[in-house]
Structures are given as C-alpha cells and as structure tokens.
Design a protein around this ligand. Structure first.
Ligand code: HH2
Length: 388
C-alpha cells in the first residue's frame, strides 16, 4: 500500500496502532538533518513506545509524523522492540530493502547474480524511425555488425526491437515487426551462439517468433498488455522485463500527470508482477523497469530516478533505460540525441546508485566504463584488494 507524505511516496504498512513508512534512500528535506542515514521510517501517531535511540539513529518529530532514520542495523533494532503485527511487518519490509534480489535465471539454467556488477543491455533498433538510431541498422547485415561491435565493447545482452515506442510513434503490424527482428536474431544466434539476446516487443506473436529464432529474454514495455504474453513466457521459461507505461506510445505524452508518480508506478509494477506470478513465472525470471520517458514529464523522469530506492520493496531486480532520452536533452540543453552521452552516463550512474542492476544503453563502451567505476566506488573493498 502507498501513501503520499509531503509530496513523496512511501511504502506504507498499516499496523494495529500505528502506521509505518519506509524509504530506500533519505529524501530531502529531512536528509540534511540526519546523520548519514541509509534508511528512514516514518510513523504516524500514535507511535509505539520509543526506546532510547540506538547510536546513529535520529528521531525527529515533524508535522504530526515521527521520523526515525539511520543505518539499517539501527532501524532493525528499533523494529525489534515493536510488538505484534506492526513489528512483524516492519521487519519484513526492512529485510526486503536489505536483501539483494534473487539472481536472474535464464531458460538454459545460467543465472546472473545482480549484486556486485551492473549488466549492460545494448540497444539494437531494427526500425526506420527510432528516436536516436532509427534507420541506421535496419538491414540485417548492418544490424549484425552493430550488435557485434556492442558485444566487443562489453554488452552483456543485445536488446533487439522492431517497433519504435518513442513518443508519437505509429504502431507497426506484428507481421512487419517480426519480419524486421527475426532475421537479425537468427544471424546473431548463428554467429554468436552464447550471446544473450532480448526481444523488445509488446506482442506475444512477435515474442514467439523471436524466441523460436533464439532470443533469451522478453522485454515487454507494455508489461503484459497482450493477454497471450504471460503464458508464452511461462511456457518457454525465459526471463521477462515488465516496464511501466500508460496508454500507447502514439499518445502517452498527453498523459503525464500523476497524483503520486512513484507510488502509482510501484503499484502498477507490483500488480503486473502478480499477474506474471499467477501465470507461473517465478520471481527469479522477472525484472521490473519504471519506464523512463514513457508517459512521464521530464521532471517526472528525474523524480523516478531520484527515488529509485523505493522500488527495492518489490524485491525484484531493476532494469532502467535512460540513454539519450529527451529529459536529458531538456536538462542539458542538447538537442541531438547523439550528443547526449555525458547526460546519459550521469543518469545511468545515478540509476545504478539508486539500485538499477541492468542499464539499457546505446553507447556501450562508455557506459561499461562509467558503470564499472561506479560499481567499484559503491562497494567496500574486498579483503584481498589493496587499500594502501
Ligand atoms: N526504452 C525504449 C525502448 N524499450 N525497454 C525497457 N525495458 N526500458 C526502456 O526504458 C525502454 C525500452 C525507448 O528507447 P529506444 O529503443 O532507444 O527508442 P525507440 O523506442 O524510438 O526505438
């Protein structure tokens, strides 16, 4: 359940005598007043009796709310003192934030641990009209060459799409979409039997043809709008990415107003993950994606990235695509998508630090380097690593 407090979405637990909110990252305006917090819990009155604060735990009374913030371990100790349902729920939610998501499992049994190193998904649009690379790789031979280049540059998976979903894009007939992607997937599978391939489609018919040609993952930007998609994915045992969007690409930018953006996106993804589970798709085969640029304003995209930590409560790995998107152009005043590399890298690193584990990118080499560096800086060094 979600509730908005001071314009922000928080995870909400209804307790018997109090309500509890938990956030993944400290949010302004509270953050400035807190001692290096990693988590925050917000309780509505009447709160349970509060013990003497743990070291490093800050307790603040604000506008009828009580905020406890501090390192996860100190919050866990605080939750231990709460009796009954409230304590149980608080501990469950806190544990979900702390636990890394399960590895992502492919149909052939390979698993991707998504804890230490972020994975890079290279974009291969086989379309005449994609917003950044439309028309550049629409012949199978040039598409294959571009995919090979991205693999050399460090892509972990190639995402092949045959329909542009940019704002205002016209829909493509499923047969035409399949005719664009299948020869490319076929060639890629033949030349690179071990490379991971994802099919970016909203249609089960296209996904089926792509899986038959050798695709390993379904990236569905409509998150199961096609009623046949969930059964297909379950039957093939492949991972599925569920992305948030509203309406159709052609008209989605007419509908960018939300009462509680983060909460609504979170509820949508939780509901679609439930449908996927109901169809027999296990949690280790589901990725979630807040859908940057899909029915969101430029500021809405920034809000989602700033609050990405909230999505950890889903307990599923996060995929995020910011590469060259128009909100970056708006902020950096760079008109041409090709010129948005600096902004794209910065947004990708911010997404990684917010919890994203797979980044969908056009510029593989630069993204690989930026994410490797960010991954190294967010970890404590392993005991064998030099520190002097
Ligand atoms: N963005 C685009 C397409 N597919 N899939 C996921 N999971 N997440 C995204 O953010 C995402 C996506 C749009 O970008 P692009 O493919 O570069 O452009 P176009 O839709 O014009 O082909």
């Amino acid at each position: 359940m979600r509730e908005e407090v001071r314009g922000r979405a928080w995870d909400l637990i209804e307790g018997s005598d109090a309500r509890l909110f938990l956030v993944g990252t400290p949010l302004l305006p509270f953050a400035a007043e807190l001692p290096t917090p990693s988590r925050a819990i917000l309780l509505t009155a009447p709160a349970p009796p509060l013990p003497t604060p743990e070291p490093g735990l800050a307790l603040l009374q604000r506008e009828g709310y009580l905020l406890a913030a501090g390192p996860a371990a100190a919050l866990a100790t605080l939750c231990e003192t709460w009796q009954g349902e409230l304590g149980r729920l608080a501990r469950t939610l806190l544990a979900r934030y702390e636990r890394p998501p399960a590895p992502l499992r492919f149909a052939d049994g390979e698993s991707w641990e998504l804890v230490d190193a972020a994975r890079v998904m290279g974009i291969l649009n086989v379309t005449p009209d994609s917003f950044s690379d439309g028309g550049r790789h629409d012949a199978p031979s040039t598409a294959l060459a571009h995919a090979e280049n991205m693999l050399e540059e460090g892509a972990d998976i190639i995402d092949v799409g045959g329909e542009s979903t940019r704002p205002g894009a016209a829909p493509v007939a499923p047969e035409a979409e399949a005719a664009r992607v299948v020869p490319v997937i076929d060639a890629l599978r033949k030349h690179h039997p071990r490379c991971r391939i994802s099919i970016d489609t909203r249609r089960a018919e296209v996904a089926r043809a792509a899986l038959d040609a050798g695709a390993d993952l379904v990236n569905d930007v409509s998150a199961l709008a096609d009623p046949a998609m969930a059964a297909l994915v379950a039957e093939r045992g492949v991972p599925l990415c569920l992305m948030h969007m509203r309406g159709e690409p052609g008209t989605m930018q007419n509908d960018t107003r939300y009462r509680d953006l983060v909460g609504e996106v979170l509820d949508f993804l939780a509901a679609r993950a439930e449908i996927a589970h109901g169809a027999g798709i296990s949690s280790d085969r589901i990725l979630v994606d807040p859908g940057i640029g899909f029915a969101k304003s430029a500021v809405g995209n920034e809000v989602l990235l700033r609050q990405l930590g909230c999505f950890r409560s889903l307990g599923l790995p996060l995929l995020v695509g910011v590469s060259r998107k128009s909100f970056i152009g708006k902020r950096t005043l760079v008109e041409s998508p090709d010129g948005r590399l600096g902004g794209s890298l910065s947004a990708a690193v911010a997404a990684l630090l917010g919890g994203a584990r797979i980044l969908r990118v056009h510029d593989v080499r630069a993204s690989r380097e930026a994410l490797t560096m960010a991954d190294a800086l967010r970890r404590w060094p392993a005991p064998h690593e030099e520190t002097s």
